[in-house]
Ligand binder design. Sequence first.
Ligand SMILES: [Zn+2]
Length: 241
Amino acid sequence: MGKVLFFSGAGLSADSGLGVFRGGNGLWDKYDVNKVCSYASWMENYGLVHEFYNLRRSEYEKALPNPMHAAIGRLQQKYGPEKVIVITQNIDDLLERAGCCEVLHVHGRVGYVFCVSCGLEIKINGEFKGGVCEKCGGRVFKPSVVFFGEQAPSYVPMYEAVSSLTDKDMIAVIGTEGSVVPIGRIIGSRRGGVPAKRLLCNLEKSPYINDKDFDFVFYTEAKNAAGRVEAEAENILGGGL
Ligand SMILES: [Zn+2]
């Protein structure tokens, strides 16, 4: 019996109506991305940044998990987070709402802010209205979302998890073109790369991922492949006599 590592991106939550990063989305058109998502200048635009994330949070809270979230949630509940490792670039909590108990969000979580003085993280339901940090008295809070130009400390455990996979395991890449986190390059070719089986489920071919390096390839919406992906994961997790 092996482990399965799910690595997902915007394409997973797109089927829940989320994840349209730029263009065609009213919210992104109304705000200047360079003002509301830039680590260098976010404090100069403090009110605007929180206004933007309050709106995004309310949009995200209305979304519902789709069948692929549900499949991943079921697998992690059944086999536990040691066997079913869930890593996502998405900042929504749809995987948790689908039953996942442990998700590594490498780009942060929209449902949290943290105190910039001491790092204390606070869960926000709905609107962030400001306040005083109960730990240090600080009054400046940043959304717990990795901005452009900001370090992403979760990349370290992500690399560790991927490189720990053996030939008994499987990595399932779902809904990401592999440009921000170069997952195709991280897992490498079948010869010399990560020895695990590889599964790819994307809407379409990506120039950043060589699908010849994958054992299973599904070019379709994530929600449509949920059953087949779950079955391949079960083969790894429950199979192997
Ligand atoms: Zn604090």
